[in-house]
Write a protein that binds this ligand. Structure first.
Ligand SMILES: [Mn+2]
Length: 223
């Protein structure tokens, strides 16, 4: 089976409980659609677990991008000056717990985390259960006639997806980034599934739930 989860935001306990709930096995694939760390306490713990699992495919979110901009230079140029702007942006967006847990790691682990962050993909497509899916952290604003692959890369990390628009017939666009309650209050704590979109950020770190969808069956799971 193929599963997707997103915006774990350092909620290691919910993440671990979700793996248990879906009964993930070596034959399954789990796509993590970005923002694995930050805001919550245990982002580094989540990343360390993800990197040990060969069947986890990490897709980048804006938080991985911010983390890499700060942590990359720390390992490549220890003792060097920090990029003040990158640091402030990350801290403003809840990077503090991730940064302090990173400093608790030894040199080898730090390098492994930074190299792992560099391996996150921007977006991908998969087929499952007779359907076609596009997986990314978020989507560029909808532009009529524009192919999704022609949008700027940054839009897949920071973009404001138009959940009221059908981006492409015959493809389901699976995203996180925007807690579903902010798309439509009727979907508070639930996966938003409408207009060719499946938004799975159910606000785990904001007192909501961690959502997960099975792409083969469209079954929804919650912690
Ligand atoms: Mn995000």
């Amino acid at each position: 089976m193929i599963y997707a989860v997103s915006d774990i935001h350092g909620c290691y306990d919910k993440y671990a409980a979700m793996l248990d709930k879906i009964g993930i096995s070596d034959g399954d694939t789990l796509y993590v659609l970005g923002d694995a760390a930050d805001r919550g306490r245990d982002g580094i713990k989540v990343l360390l677990d993800m990197m040990e699992r060969r069947n986890v495919v990490p897709v980048a979110g804006n938080h991985e991008s911010m983390a890499a901009d700060v942590l990359g230079p720390i390992v490549s140029n220890p003792g060097g000056d920090m990029d003040g702007e990158a640091y402030l942006l990350w801290m403003y967006n809840g990077g503090g717990p991730t940064l302090s847990a990173f400093f608790d790691l030894d040199e080898v682990q730090r390098r492994r985390v930074v190299s792992y962050l560099g391996s996150f993909i921007l977006r991908t497509t998969v087929s499952a259960g007779g359907r076609k899916f596009h997986l990314s952290h978020t989507l560029p604003p909808y532009v009529p006639g524009r192919k999704i692959e022609d949008a700027p890369h940054r839009n897949f990390l920071w973009g404001k997806a138009d959940y009221g628009k059908v981006y492409a017939d015959g493809t389901l666009f699976v995203t996180g980034h925007t807690p579903t309650v902010a798309i439509d209050p009727a979907y508070k704590g639930k996966i938003y599934s409408k207009n060719g979109h499946i938004c799975i950020d159910c606000g785990a770190v904001f007192g909501g739930r961690l959502g997960c969808v099975c792409l083969d069956t469209l079954e929804e799971f919650y912690i």
